[in-house]
Design a protein around this ligand. Structure first.
Ligand code: KG4
Ligand code: ZN
Length: 339
């Protein structure tokens, strides 16, 4: 079965082809980073318009490169939520149109379920059950995953997501959008011990997170410092990053202990962060466990994870279609329960 996956929830237009027998046949992406950079963040209306411009040409080039015709597609999967309403509607309408024209089923995929299952695209493939850390621009969650569609929330952030904290702190340090990767680059030459930033909720005893105070702590230090030379900016970035990584690593280990598990799966944009990857590898290996990451290119938003999630959820296809509906706000555990 050949599945076309479409991702338009935020600022990347993604399309991919996944064959349930042969695996991933193609994955194309257009990032809107340059479009939004001048505004310092994603402008929803511009995002929607750019998805309109990009999605069909991108899909055409995907099919061409994979040597397939659109008639070969057996199922169309699209990101149904959560995300920007207008942006989601672009993917939903293209998927619905294709489904109607091809007389093929159309399935809506939860964006976070796409992220969550994407480490299964890599080898070695983690076995169920596992603990998953979802760290993106909009979410920081620890979940227990017992199988496809069987997710239980263990803890999540009470305010900003880790990616959001990276982005906001990057802005404070005068870095452009998207801030996460830029801040991580700046931190490479910094001293992570120079500034002792708080480790929010490290000792809270539960698996909840809070990152908004950390950004304020950086802001306070920036105001206290007379001048922000290059070295100081790098030290601030490194010290901030170390605080985020410490908390994420500690809570992941705590979640593994609590669930009595040895497998940790990391997904979402912040999963591309080298310090986080190294910290988790070290911490989990020390207790005899294994960490699984999606391939680096699939950490951030992409169509491959959407096609792949559809393949896992509906391995034998599915009758009917999801229509046109999108869910800009959508909680994964309740979405899984509703099915
Ligand atoms: O999963 P994603 O592409 O989109 C959402 O669904 O949110 O994640 C984007 C987030 C952004 O906040 C971005 O700054 C962050 O992931 N990010 C990083 C890195 N690469 C992306 N944060 C820290 N270090 C990175 N290397
Ligand atoms: Zn995402």
């Amino acid at each position: 079965m050949l599945i076309l996956g479409i991702e338009t929830s935020c600022d990347e237009t993604g399309a991919a082809l996944y064959d349930t027998e042969k695996g991933l046949l193609g994955d194309v992406l257009h990032s809107q980073v340059d479009l939004h950079a001048v505004y310092g963040g994603v402008v929803p209306e511009l995002a929607s318009r750019d998805h309109v411009r990009r999605l069909l040409p991108l899909t055409r080039s995907l099919l061409e490169r994979a040597g397939r015709r659109v008639e070969d597609v057996d199922m169309v999967a699209f990101t149904q939520g959560p995300g920007l309403g207008g942006a989601l509607l672009v993917g939903a309408s293209v998927a619905a149109g294709l489904g109607l024209a091809l007389e093929k089923p159309v399935v809506g995929i939860h964006h976070l379920e796409g992220h969550l299952l994407s480490p299964l695209l890599a080898e070695p493939r983690p076995e169920f059950p596992f603990v998953a850390l979802l760290v993106s621009g909009g979410h920081t969650q620890l979940m227990r995953v017992d199988g496809v569609g069987r997710y239980a929330m263990l803890g999540e952030t009470q305010d900003d997501a880790a990616g959001e904290a990276f982005d906001k702190t990057a802005t404070l340090l005068g870095l452009g959008y998207p801030g996460g990767p830029a801040l991580a680059r700046l931190a490479e030459n910094g001293d992570p011990k120079r500034f002792a930033f708080p480790r929010p909720m490290l000792a809270s005893g539960d698996l909840a997170f809070s990152f908004s105070g950390l950004k304020t702590a950086v802001l306070t230090r920036v105001r206290e410092l007379a001048a922000l030379d290059e070295k100081t900016r790098a030290d601030l970035a490194a010290s901030f990053q170390a605080a985020v990584v410490d908390v994420l690593v500690a809570k992941c280990l705590q979640a593994l202990d609590q669930e009595g598990m040895q497998r940790l799966v990391v997904a979402g944009g912040v999963g591309a962060n080298t310090m986080l990857r190294e910290g988790l590898q070290r911490g989990v290996a020390r207790r005899g466990g294994t960490v699984y990451f999606p391939p680096l290119a699939l950490c951030t938003d992409n169509g491959a994870m959407i096609a792949f999630a559809a393949a896992l959820k509906y391995p034998h296809g599915r009758a009917g279609d999801e229509g046109f509906e999108v869910h800009p706000r959508w909680d994964l555990a309740s979405a899984a329960r509703a099915r």
